[in-house]
Design a protein around this ligand. Structure first.
Ligand code: SAH
Ligand code: MG
Length: 220
């Protein structure tokens, strides 16, 4: 990870430990020459900077590379007032709702990644319903409740290209370490589909490769 961008990633608010961010950067660098990447769960752009760092490098080497990142910017269940990950500095006073879009924009602009990391603002299910582009890398780090996690599994992994990667964050097989939905609703069903094979893991970040089927084919 280039040191200038690592500094920006460190400074951005968010939920991406450095060793996991580094794995994200490495798999993105590997995959981006083959097509765009998409992240579900932008928040303030911390993980987006790791992905964008890879896009910057791949682009400099001659293949224009793009990372799309989807978020309604209103926060997940666990980010709302009264919950563990609530942060009052990302609340819009007029609506009394979270708004992380401004911080995302600042962080990506500061990092010089505006041409590489493209925000899509809206519900993940709505964007997925209209998405048609094969993905070289899909990173799911959106809503961690049972329903949002299941919706993300139904909507997104089918767009991973043959040989492409599905990265899933906050996968905790041991319930004492964290919430279950990313593990039960995304990770296990992806493996059970027979279309994805695990190839790497750091912390709660799992990397699966699409070893059968191709973009557009339903998964599971
Ligand atoms: N990847 C980020 C953390 C993401 S936190 C980082 O590196 O720090 C999860 C994000 O998912 C939140 O910003 C929340 O607004 C978003 N999210 C949750 N459910 C969503 C949904 N149904 N549609 C779009 N975004 C959603
Ligand atoms: Mg996460």
């Amino acid at each position: 990870m280039p040191s200038d961008l690592l500094e920006h990633a460190r400074r951005a608010k968010g939920f991406m430990p450095e060793d996991e961010g580094d794995l994200l950067y490495r798999v993105a660098r590997e995959r981006l020459p083959h097509g765009p990447a998409l992240e579900v769960g932008t928040y303030c752009g911390k993980s987006g900077i790791y992905l964008g760092a890879a896009a910057r490098e791949v682009s400099a080497a001659g293949t224009p590379a793009t990372v799309f990142t989807v978020d309604h910017h209103r926060g997940s269940e666990e980010n709302q007032a009264g919950w563990e990950h609530h942060d009052t500095s990302v609340v819009d006073a007029e609506f009394g709702l979270m708004d992380t879009l401004g911080q995302f924009r600042k962080n990506i602009a500061r990092a010089g990644l505006e041409n590489h990391v493209i925000a899509i603002v809206g519900q993940s299910t709505t964007v997925a319903a209209h998405w048609r582009t094969p993905l070289s890398l899909l990173f799911i780090d959106g809503g961690h409740g049972t329903e949002p996690a299941r919706d993300d599994f139904l909507g997104w992994p089918r767009w991973v290209d043959a040989g492409g990667y599905l990265a899933i964050h906050d996968v905790f097989p041991d319930p004492t370490e964290g919430g279950r939905p990313p593990y039960e609703q995304i990770y296990l069903p992806a493996l059970a589909s027979g279309q994805f094979t695990e190839i790497d893991v750091v912390g709660s970040l799992r990397i699966l490769q699409r070893t059968s089927g191709s973009a557009g084919d339903p998964v599971g």
